[in-house]
Design a protein around this ligand. Structure first.
Ligand SMILES: Nc1nc2c(ncn2[C@@H]2O[C@H](COP(=O)(O)OP(=O)(O)OP(=O)(O)O)[C@@H](O)[C@H]2O)c(=O)[nH]1
Length: 561
């Protein structure tokens, strides 16, 4: 690719509340600039992961470089599509650091939602140019007038700046491209400076090692150059580099202002830290500011199904955390489950997605324990503090139909199923976002779960004293439903210290899988026994009780989704 002057480069990301149409707009922009063909098959092309396609959500930010001709000049537009769900907002803040502007998409029917507000502030604080785009104007009950009023009121952006589009039908999408060129400033990056690039994302490829996504803030880099990373000060030779269109498109060089990928023989995942600065060996530079580390909100234990799978699972977790640096990892071990890790996530969906990616992309099978939130314990005898429930902080009317409320909540109340509950109570109309407000004193106690008298440490929870009885009862009931009957009776109990507060009994039952097999068809018998053995692999033995691995996470959910 020929050298592209920074004045004709625009770096922007698409941010929005979940389902407001980011990925659909990205598809249209890719089609209109010829990056992908216009076919039915090309839907949500930037959602590459299996988990994204299955769940219909974006979890990873993706980059695509587009060429766009405007008034006789060719522009290079670097687009980053970002996730909408609260649990992945870290991806959004990282993407923003590589951009000068954002397209803030708002659904013409739903209007401003919690994530619209949270993402707006991320962009606003980073002082990026914000282009409001009202999407889905083709919907029967679209009300772009109302949404424009909301944007004016909540974000103080004049309504004239809003672009009304239908990403699905392609209406006015050309106006979005023009606005990107006309309103977003080019990156401030000079080709005459020494090479300096920010690693804003990275991936592990089984064959080529680390593939780092970089934004070039100065100078240029070419294949064969010797580069160093500020973090470890190790030297690497650039093997390959290029643009993401959205697939890798190798080039000879990357220049100031460009966004692309680089492969430089980094074999160890620890070598490509997200937020690191790359520079030429002979031209050291001052490191770029990098990122504030993400703060884990939900913690859970992860263990291999079988201890022999420990090394494999360890490298899978290391590689996946390279791709998702917001996960924190600490080694841990448990009597029942053996050696494993304690992982920190930004939320429950984040945890589920990480688990699913481990299984799908790394073929790793794991046991996940019940999620918990961080507490600070004061070890003193009687310090009883008043219960603190949600406290309302403020309330703003966005218009006559919507109100934005701020509450102070115990995190424990929010992480497990608050989001699902809020959605179902409000028939899907309410949305929410949260940020850490620090620790608060509360009257909490430790509740154990016992199976035939033996405590299952993975299911120990910290609960509010007033909630202990109903929560113990509910956990016992759910465990009763998740543990299949076995050859002996099983007592499921919840206890506070030595006091039992709830109990359920699972009756004895002998499952004879051969019962229906009359006569002597040995191959059929073997098949049935094999299937039973496979089922058993998904179980963990605690004392003499076999517990399905899903039980560890299922018991904490109040309702099935
Ligand atoms: N009617 C209509 N539907 C749209 C339009 N744009 C997107 N949709 C639909 O809205 C749904 C969500 O669109 P996506 O593009 O996946 O939304 P997203 O914002 O990328 O979602 P996340 O990445 O999960 O946050 C899909 O069913 C789209 O087909 C539009 O202009 N009109």
């Amino acid at each position: 690719m020929s050298k592209f002057p920074a004045e004709r480069i625009r770096n922007f990301c698409i941010i929005a509340h979940i389902d407001h149409g980011k990925s659909t707009l990205a598809d249209r922009l890719l089609e209109m600039t010829g990056a992908i063909a216009k076919t039915e098959k090309n839907k949500q092309v930037l959602d590459k992961l299996q988990v994204e396609r299955e769940r219909g959500i974006t979890v990873k930010a993706q980059t695509a470089s587009l060429f766009y001709s405007h008034e006789g000049e060719q522009y290079l537009l670097n687009l980053i599509d970002t996730p909408g769900h609260v649990d992945f907002s870290y991806e959004v803040s990282r993407s923003i650091s590589a951009c000068q502007g954002v397209l803030l998409i708002v659904d013409a029917n739903q209007g401003i939602q919690a994530q619209t507000v949270a993402n707006f502030y991320l962009a606003f604080e980073a002082q990026l140019t914000i282009i409001p785009v009202i999407n889905k104007i083709d919907l029967k009950n679209a009300d772009p007038e109302r949404v424009e009023s909301q944007i004016e009121k909540v974000f103080d952006i004049p309504r004239e700046e809003c672009i009304r589009i239908s990403a699905k039908q392609g209406t006015n999408v050309e106006m979005v491209l023009q606005a990107v060129v006309n309103r977003i400033p080019p990156p401030v990056a000079s080709i005459d400076d020494p090479f300096k690039a920010l690693v804003f994302d990275s991936n592990f490829d089984h064959y080529r090692g680390v593939v780092a996504n970089i934004a070039v803030f100065g100078g240029q880099v070419r294949k064969g150059d010797k580069i160093m990373s500020a973090h470890l000060a190790k030297t690497y030779e650039v093997n390959e580099l290029g643009l993401l269109r959205p697939d890798e498109h190798p080039t000879q060089k990357l220049f100031a202002g460009q966004v692309g990928y680089i492969i430089a023989g980094m074999k160890d995942v620890k070598e490509a830290q997200i937020g690191d600065t790359l520079y030429l060996q002979e031209q050291p530079v001052k490191a770029l500011p990098g990122f504030k580390p993400a703060k884990a909100m939900v913690f859970a234990g992860m263990y291999p199904m079988d201890q022999s799978e420990y090394p494999g699972l360890r490298s899978a977790i290391e590689r996946l955390t390279l791709n998702d640096s917001s996960v924190t990892v600490q080694r841990d071990s448990s009597l029942a489950l053996g050696a494993g890790w304690r992982l920190g996530f930004l939320g429950l969906l984040h945890m589920e997605v990480f688990n699913q990616r481990l299984e799908q992309e790394y073929n790793a099978s794991v046991i996940v324990t019940a999620p918990t939130v961080p507490y600070k314990a004061v070890l003193s005898s009687a310090k009883l503090i008043k219960n603190r429930r949600a406290i309302q902080k403020n309330m703003v009317y966005i218009d006559d139909q919507r109100v934005m409320m701020k509450y102070l909540f115990p995190l424990n109340e929010v992480v497990v199923d608050f989001y699902d509950l809020l959605k179902s109570l409000s028939s899907g109309y309410a949305s929410f976002d949260y940020e850490n407000a620090g620790y608060q004193a509360a009257d909490l106690i430790k509740m154990d779960i016992l199976l035939n008298g033996r405590p299952v440490e993975e299911l120990t929870t910290i609960v509010h004293r007033e909630r202990a009885y109903p929560s113990g009862k509910a956990m016992c009931e759910r465990l009763k439903d998740s543990i299949p009957r076995q050859m002996f009776e099983i007592a499921v109990q919840a206890a506070i210290g030595s006091k039992i507060i709830a109990r359920e009994t699972i009756k004895a039952f002998r499952k004879n899988v051969l019962a229906k097999c009359y006569g002597g068809d040995i191959t059929r018998k073997m098949k049935l026994l094999k299937r039973q053995a496979e089922g058993k692999k998904k179980m963990r033995r605690i004392g003499n009780v076999e517990v399905p691995k899903d039980a560890f996470i299922n018991v904490l959910k109040r309702k099935e989704k």
